[in-house]
Every structure is written in C-alpha cells, then in structure tokens.
Design a protein around this ligand. Structure first.
Ligand code: G3P
Length: 503
C-alpha cells in the first residue's frame, strides 16, 4: 500500500526531489544544480531542457536511493521558483528561448512604461502587484517581441507559456504527446496577468502586454483532488503517479510552516528572502510596498490570500562573497568569519544587485558597501552581509505591520540560510522578536507534499498537518532597544546611498 508522498522542488539554483511520510518526515531526497546563464549585466537565464533533464535525474536517483517506486507514492506535488518564464512550442516541445529568470532586469523599460500612463495602477488593483521586472508578464512580452517567429507561433496557438511548474507538469504528463498545460493560482498571481478576485486571466491585463490568451495554462486549484494529470510509465517515475499539488515555492513554504490562520507568517531564507503573512480570505491591498498574492487554493475551499515581502538578494549575497570576492570558500564559512568580530565595525552592505524589491521597488538601486575605514576586515564585511539579510527582513516586517496591523509575536523561519546560527541570532536582535526554526527545514518541498497529500485524503485536513510541526530551535533577542534602533537607523541611511544609481 502506498504510504508516501513525493515532491519536486524546482528552485532558482537547483532542483530536488523529496519523499515524505505521513508524519511529514523526510524519507529520501536527491538534488542537482543547474547552470546560471548570465549573458549580460542584469540578465539571468536558465535552460528549460536542462531543468527537465535534472528533474528527471533527481526523481530517478531519489527513488533508487530509497528503494521506492511509483506505486509507493500516493501523489506528487510540484513547487517551483516563481515568475521565471518559459515559452515553448507545444508541437516540437522545444523552448523558443531560455527561461527568463525572476531576477532578470531586462524588462526594465517595459515595467517603467506601465507606470507612465496609468496601466500600473490597474495592475496594482487587479493583480495586487507593482509593475516590476520581477514578474512574468514583461518577460513573455520580451520573448514575443525579440525572438524570431515567436509572435506568429503564439498567434497560431503553438507557442505556450508556463512557469517551471507548468513546464514540468507538461513534460511529466506526456509533453508533445498530450502533456497537460496547467498551473495554479499562486503561480498565476505572479504574472501581472491574473485577476486576484476572479482567479482567472484578465483580458485587460493581457492586452497591456499583448499576450494571446491561448498561450496561457489553465488555472486549477493548488491542491487538486482530481489531479492535473498522471506521470507516464515511460517517464522518470517508471509508473503512474497522480499529480495533485502545484504551488509557487514561497507559498509551499507557508503551507509547510502550517501558517493556515490569518496573522501567521513565515520567512524563507534562500537566494532571496520571502516573508508571507496569511490574511485569510481577505484580499489586503498593500500601502506599504508589499505584494498581495494568492497563498493557496485547496480544492473547492475559498482561496486564501497573503501579503508578501520579497527580497531579491540575501543568500545570494553570501554566494557573492564566495564566488565573486573569494573571501569565503563555502556558505558556512560566512558564520565562522563573521564570528571573528563583535559587531559590524560600522560597515553596512546593501546588496541591491537586482535593484531593491520590497518595500522599496527601486530598479534604479545598485549595491553599496558604506562606512568603511582602514580598521575594517573581511570579517566585518561577512558580518555586514548577514546583517543585510536581517535588516532587509526588518524592512519587510515593518511594512507588514503597517499594512495588516499584525505585530509579529514570533517569526517562523526556514530555508538554507537558517543553518547559520549567527544570522538567526542577528535576526532576533534586529527584529526584537524571537525567531523559531522547525525540525523539518525543507518546508518548501514539504508544503508541496502537503498540498498533494491533502487532495487524495492522505492527510485529512490542515489541523492534522499542524500536529506535524515541531520546533527545533528558537533564538531570543539579546540587543537593547537603543542598540536595535541605532543599528536600524544606520541601515536606513545606507539604503538611501544605493538609490538613483542607474538612470
Ligand atoms: O519569487 C522567486 C522565488 O520563488 C524564488 O525562490 O527559493 O527558488 O530562490 P528560490
């Protein structure tokens, strides 16, 4: 009898396949990175074919490692880096262009133009998003305008769009031989093309980007009892598994952290940071620079919305210390290096490499390291990088409090950077609230498994999922109020130094 749920987590830097049991414990996993293609400053691409190959490989190896097979899985959930846009030919299966990644800023002019004639406000109202390079709409428009033959293929219905969830589900369910073209409202809510109230593609928004409706996938619930489709017996599973869960990765982390009640929030520390606050069935429009987004839609139940603070560069600032500056040889060394000093020695590092996302939304910003004196060392810079992760999260937490009136009592955290104990202590210090990490820190994949398992009755309801959540560690604030206020004031000053940098 099948007793496990599978989850594919297709992220920005890697793809992993994980298997969970009924208690939400990990049974096995495999993970592979894919290439980050950086053709010019500000451009970030992935090869969709490589992503599909890596996905197949992690599924096969994950199953082999555990000795499990398709028949041991009750269902499969898919979660993905959001916004990253793939356009492919449904007849040949070939992508028309590389996937344009969420971090890519090439659509700056498309995004800026939207705010010159009032279209931006319509997007804010209908889609809950500020016009920005971050979201998929402009990326699809760019492909249609810049890739030879793309517009004709789109008009004839042969070129279709998807985020990587849609691309993988299409491949897993048959590809050119009848693959299903589907997504869920969480992913669709990141395109600037979906109306948050109707949960359907909006013709006015499609018109802004000149995108034919026929390119877009069908929007089905994030936890889908009938399933979107079944994996092929000659595919990586070697058998049929019903795919019943599909959500963007930050939304699955929210589900994995069991933030099912309004007022509950989580912060995920990955390449970037993403704080999501459950606002229930109420659609809260942000006045403070946050996004309104779909949290999840489980079956026929009403949709649940979230407020989101997205930060583009957090963990990737540590990668930058490693890969570009060479001052550390691995991510964990950022902690040992930063521990060599008591404080930041006056140094503030604002890693605005993709401009600044929430709550600033300034694509003209670029990174800055300020406050340097001859006294400073690599250790101060490492400490400043960790502080930057935490101060950016404070910026977002403040915006959330303004928008929702909800004061965080405790911050639930997850993601790779939460292994950095010093960073988590600084986070508690900078926020002035305790920070709590669960036992299963892979909440992204876990949330995808939860969505898939709920759909087939493997888990009865969200209350049952709550009992699976256990804390592994909590950090409590140690700084005085004065220290906290002074540090934050300096951070805000440092942020001002990054603005108006690009014309
Ligand atoms: O919005 C972008 C986000 O979904 C990317 O998450 O974990 O793949 O860096 P991650």
């Amino acid at each position: 009898m099948a007793e496990f749920v599978g989850a594919v987590d297709q992220g920005t830097t890697s793809t992993r396949f994980m298997i969970f049991d009924h208690s939400g414990n990990e049974v096995g996993r495999h993970q592979l990175e894919h290439e980050q293609i950086l053709p010019q400053a500000g451009w970030v691409e992935h090869n969709p074919v490589e992503i599909w190959e890596r996905t197949s490989a992690v599924i096969q190896t994950g199953l082999n490692k555990t000795g499990l097979s398709a028949s041991d899985l009750v269902a499969l959930g898919i979660t993905n880096q959001r916004e990253t846009a793939v356009v492919w030919n449904r007849r040949t299966g070939r992508p028309l262009y590389n996937a344009i990644v969420w971090q890519d800023t090439r659509t700056d002019r498309i995004a800026t133009a939207l705010d010159k004639d009032g279209r931006g406000d319509v997007i804010r109202q209908k889609a809950g998003l500020p016009p920005a390079t971050y979201f998929s709409g402009g990326k699809i428009q760019w492909i249609l305008e810049n890739v030879d033959g793309a517009r004709e293929l789109a008009e004839s219905g042969d070129a279709i769009f998807g985020n990587t969830d849609t691309w993988l589900i299409w491949q897993l369910t048959g590809g050119v031989n009848g693959g299903v073209h589907v997504t869920d409202p969480t992913n669709a809510s990141r395109t600037m093309l979906m109306n948050l109230e109707t949960l359907d593609w909006d013709d006015e928004l499609l018109g802004f980007f000149d995108i034919p409706r026929s390119m877009l996938p069908e929007i089905k619930p994030s936890s889908c009892p009938g399933g979107y489709g079944t994996t092929l017996t000659n595919g990586p599973f070697g058998g049929e598994v019903l795919i019943t869960g599909d959500l963007g990765d930050q939304q699955t982390a929210t589900v994995g952290q069991v933030c099912f009640a309004p007022g509950e929030a989580k912060n995920t520390y990955g390449t970037g940071n993403f704080m999501l606050l459950n606002t229930g069935t109420e659609l809260v429009r942000s006045k403070a620079g946050l996004l309104t987004t779909v949290g999840y839609k489980f079956g026929d139940e009403p949709v649940v919305y979230c407020l989101e603070g997205s930060i583009a560069v957090t963990g990737s600032a540590i990668q930058w210390l490693r890969d570009q500056l060479g001052i550390i040889s691995g991510a964990s060394e950022s902690e040992t290096l930063a521990r060599q000093v008591e404080d930041n020695g006056g140094v503030y590092f604002v890693p605005a490499f993709s401009g600044l996302f929430a709550p600033y939304w300034r694509s003209d910003a670029r990174g800055a390291i300020v406050g340097l004196s001859r006294y400073n060392t690599n250790a101060h810079l490492a400490r400043a990088a960790l502080e930057a992760i935490c101060y950016q999260s404070r910026d977002v937490a403040e915006a959330m409090e303004k928008d929702s009136g909800v004061h965080l009592e405790v911050l639930k955290v997850d993601g790779g950077v939460t292994a950095n104990e010093l960073c988590m202590q600084i986070q508690a210090d900078v926020l002035g609230v305790p920070v709590s990490r669960p036992v299963v820190a892979e909440t992204t994949a876990l949330g995808a498994a939860y969505a898939a398992g709920l759909a087939v009755g493997f888990w009865k309801n969200t209350d049952e999922l709550r009992t699976n959540w256990n804390e592994s560690k909590q950090w409590t604030p140690e700084w005085s109020e004065d220290q906290r206020d002074a540090g934050y004031a300096q951070w805000k000053k440092a942020v001002t130094r990054t603005l108006d940098w690009v014309d």
